[in-house]
Design a protein around this ligand. Structure first.
Ligand code: AMP
Length: 136
């Protein structure tokens, strides 16, 4: 698998504001924050995204997200956080190294919800059936 810019941060080859590190994960400030304190959490072992990550590495990442989310929130006086993750180019993933964004939110007014639609009749049941079949 190819190298990524985030692996260079793990190896300290490029600078980053690292806020937490353990044997399996690294957390550092996003260089272009959505809000101040915007932090990225990733596994040190390279996986591209949710489709190839090993469960134990994902579990380690989520433990780190759980550990540092309150520290991020409180560092900037926020009242909540968005925890977001993009998987695949179609979903806006720019860096092909699994990561979760922790984005502090001070108030409900500073963001818009994603647009939502209604299903046409029968479509929800059709898609749900396909998902269940894929899991069977
Ligand atoms: P995405 O892959 O769409 O989840 O976004 C990748 C994120 O990584 C973006 O928010 C970038 O601002 C951030 N980013 C890219 N390069 C660096 C870097 N060298 N240090 C910190 N954040 C970075």
């Amino acid at each position: 698998m190819e190298d990524t810019i985030f692996m260079k941060i793990v190896r300290r080859e490029i600078p980053a504001e690292i806020v937490y590190e353990d044997a399996d994960t690294l957390a550092f400030l996003d260089v272009k924050p959505t809000t101040p304190g915007h932090t990225l959490v990733m596994p040190k072992k390279l996986a591209e995204n949710i489709f190839d990550v090993e469960e134990k590495d994902l579990e380690a990442v989520m433990r780190t997200v759980r550990k540092i989310a309150p520290a991020v929130r409180d560092a900037v006086g926020a009242h909540g956080v968005h925890i977001n993750s993009n998987h695949g180019e179609a979903a806006g993933q720019l860096v092909p190294h699994l990561h979760f964004h922790i984005i502090p939110r001070l108030s409900r007014e500073e963001f818009s919800n994603w647009p939502q639609k209604n299903y046409l009749a029968g479509v929800a049941a059709e898609i749900a059936a396909k998902i269940r079949a894929n899991l069977a």
